[in-house]
Design a protein around this ligand. Structure first.
Ligand code: NAP
Length: 309
């Protein structure tokens, strides 16, 4: 069986920052990613305006920079899915991949991020890719001069609405509450944009259309009144769930499934470290993900030095 020092699961900002640090520490490093072409979900961000030193950078560009930086330190990338992690008596881990390949590693940095939350309503699955989307950056251009809706009230929802307002004729934000949770700066921009309308106290109950989305059924959360809104595109931006299923029963997770760890990235299992959005933390941003990656890599390096002694 092939052996490497560190396996990093996930190739978003956290995983790639960790790879830069393990690479610089001369640790043989493999980054494994299931989707997203080895730069993580960051490719979906149209504009990242709060990463120090690189204002207004596109998510794709920043992701590519992170990847190139990790590659410069010898990181190997594989596209596969980890299906089993087993700790051996000597402290190392045996990793089984979907491809049936096996890998022996001294330490694991788990940086698998989080996945789009689903509404679970009629038409969501059937019309996915036919008007229903989870990524405005990826699919917004298909809706030039059309009417679209964005569901959610966080930074993603308002960021998506602002992006779509430049492409679409009209954008409705459908928000279930009364007080948006998005940053005030985004709220102000959305309020100042003539073709964005925010519908408060509303939830979608179905996406309708034959081969393509044509309308959305809405319900007022206060009055119970229903209505139908014509729209060709719907962007669901209601947050994410942690991609931690593979760790269930192996390391401690909180009740929402996030891996319990402080900023050192040390989990309840020595030798397994966590970084990025999948960790219990207050702020999930690119800048905190890369900090996590650095911390987890240093913790992994210290761990490997200890077990080698
Ligand atoms: P989020 O902050 O969790 O917001 C999710 C939104 O969806 C909330 O408004 C929530 O409503 C609503 N929602 C959740 N479940 C729903 C359901 N079943 N039906 C209808 N609405 C539902 O998620 P996010 O906007 O993706 O942001 C996640 C993290 O990434 C945040 O920390 C955010 O600051 C960060 N982020 C940062 C940037 C940036 O810096 N440029 C960009 C995007 C995201 P309630 O408000 O009623 O709970």
């Amino acid at each position: 069986m092939r052996s490497v020092d560190v396996l990093i699961i996930g190739s978003g900002p956290a995983g790639l920052a960790a790879a830069i640090y393990t690479g610089r520490a001369m640790r043989s490093t493999v980054v494994c990613e299931r989707d997203y072409m080895s730069t993580g979900q960051i490719v979906e961000s149209d504009c990242i305006d709060n990463y120090p030193g690189l204002p207004n950078i596109e998510g794709y560009e920043l992701g590519e920079k992170f990847k190139a930086h990790a590659q410069a330190y010898g990181t190997e990338f594989i596209e596969d899915e980890v299906i089993k992690i087993e700790k051996s008596a000597n402290g190392s881990f045996v990793i089984k991949f979907k491809s049936d390949n096996l890998l022996s590693v001294k330490a694991i940095i788990y940086a698998a991020g989080a996945s789009h939350r689903k509404l679970g309503i009629d038409g969501e699955f059937a019309l996915r890719g036919a008007g229903v989307s989870y990524c405005a950056v990826c699919d917004g251009a298909f809706f030039k001069d059309k009417t679209t809706v964005v569901i959610g009230g966080g930074d993603t929802a308002l960021g998506d609405a602002l992006l779509l307002s430049k492409i679409c004729k009209q954008v409705f934000v459908i928000y279930r509450g009364e007080k948006l949770r998005a940053a005030k700066s985004l709220q102000n921009k959305a309020n100042d944009t003539v073709n964005i309308d925010i519908i408060y106290n509303a939830i979608p109950t179905s996406f309708n259309g034959d081969k393509h989305l044509s309308s959305i059924s809405l319900k007022n959360t206060k009055t119970g009144k229903t209505a139908e809104l014509n729209a060709e595109g719907a962007f669901i931006a209601i947050g994410s769930n942690p991609n931690s299923q593979i760790l269930k029963g192996l390391v401690e997770l909180d009740k929402s499934g996030y891996v319990v760890a402080d900023e050192t990235g040390k989990t309840s299992v020595s030798g397994i470290f966590v970084a990025g959005d999948v960790r219990t933390k207050a702020l999930r941003q690119v800048v905190t993900a890369v900090s996590d990656g650095a911390n987890a890599a240093i913790s992994a390096e210290n761990y490997i030095n200890q077990i080698i002694k």
